[in-house]
Ligand binder design. Structure first.
Ligand SMILES: Nc1ncnc2c1ncn2[C@@H]1O[C@H](COP(=O)(O)OP(=O)(O)OP(=O)(O)O)[C@@H](O)[C@H]1O
Ligand SMILES: [Mg+2]
Length: 239
């Protein structure tokens, strides 16, 4: 069964889609079978960021409403043979229940190692739909005060879901600003939000291809950290 990881945030534009896609690419590079599921309805960012929007035939609503089988709705990435995307519906007005999405993901789960779920920002219906489908969460924030404040609200909400694990990713970090004391360090942010720090991703001037950084050391470390988490927990329990 796949580990289903929702990537969420309070504030918009902090990097959820970038993180979801890069995590998925790096997991696939490590041989894992991965789906990136775009639950940011109406925007379709995941297939654009992965550069495969021209390959999309079906989207998640087609699967939910029975126009295709769940497997048919997956877009296979041409460069990463074990990476697939599930596009969000293009028409945001259509109501899709969390249960319906969960059923689709559950039916795909046995054939995959990871389902990375890109969530919309905020704490409305879309957030709950995405969270309801997941077994783990990664909360993304930037070091900016407004993003951290919103992350704090989401961290509280995440507690009401029975996730196997929840971690923090601090995106767009800048060592120079930490050194000058202008922003908190990733460790300090994690402490303030009472969450384990999974990774910090430096602010980049330029992405390699769209928003994908296949050579990024930070994303490589994140993917290895995520793969390792259950083993580390088991080891801790047996000590
Ligand atoms: N580490 C980074 N360094 C520099 N720019 C970044 C970084 N991560 C993301 N960005 C940029 O920030 C912008 C927002 O990223 P992204 O779309 O992933 O955020 P999001 O949280 O998914 O937004 P939304 O809430 O609208 O869905 C993009 O232009 C992306 O290229
Ligand atoms: Mg997004």
């Amino acid at each position: 069964m796949a580990r289903k990881i929702v990537v969420t945030s309070g504030k918009g534009g902090v990097g959820k889609t970038t993180v979801s896609c890069n995590l998925a690419v790096h997991l696939a590079e490590r041989g894992k079978r991965v789906i990136v599921c775009d639950l940011d309805f109406g925007l379709n960012n995941v297939d654009v960021v992965l550069g495969i929007e021209h390959l999309a035939v079906y989207d998640i609503t087609d699967a939910v409403e029975g126009r295709c089988r769940p497997r048919q709705a997956l877009i296979k990435h041409p460069r990463y043979p074990t990476l697939f995307a599930l596009a969000s519906n293009r028409v945001s007005e259509r109501y899709v229940s969390p249960q319906a999405v969960r059923l689709i993901l559950d039916s795909l789960s046995p054939s995959f190692d990871y389902i990375v779920i890109d969530s919309p920002a905020g704490i409305e219906e879309g957030f709950h739909r995405a969270a309801a489908c997941a077994s783990e969460a990664i909360l993304v924030t930037t070091p900016h005060l407004s993003a951290m404040r919103d992350a704090d609200r989401v961290a509280g909400l995440l507690k009401s879901y029975r996730f196997d694990r929840v971690g923090l990713l601090v995106n767009q970090t800048r060592k120079d600003l930490v050194r000058k004391g202008e922003v908190l360090s990733p460790d300090e942010i994690a402490k303030a939000l009472s969450l384990p720090l999974y990774a910090s991703i430096p602010e980049e001037d330029k992405f390699f291809l769209d928003n994908i950084s296949p050579k990024s050391r930070a994303y490589r470390a994140l993917s290895e950290f995520v793969i390792d988490l259950p083993f580390r927990e088991k080891k801790r329990k047996s000590v």
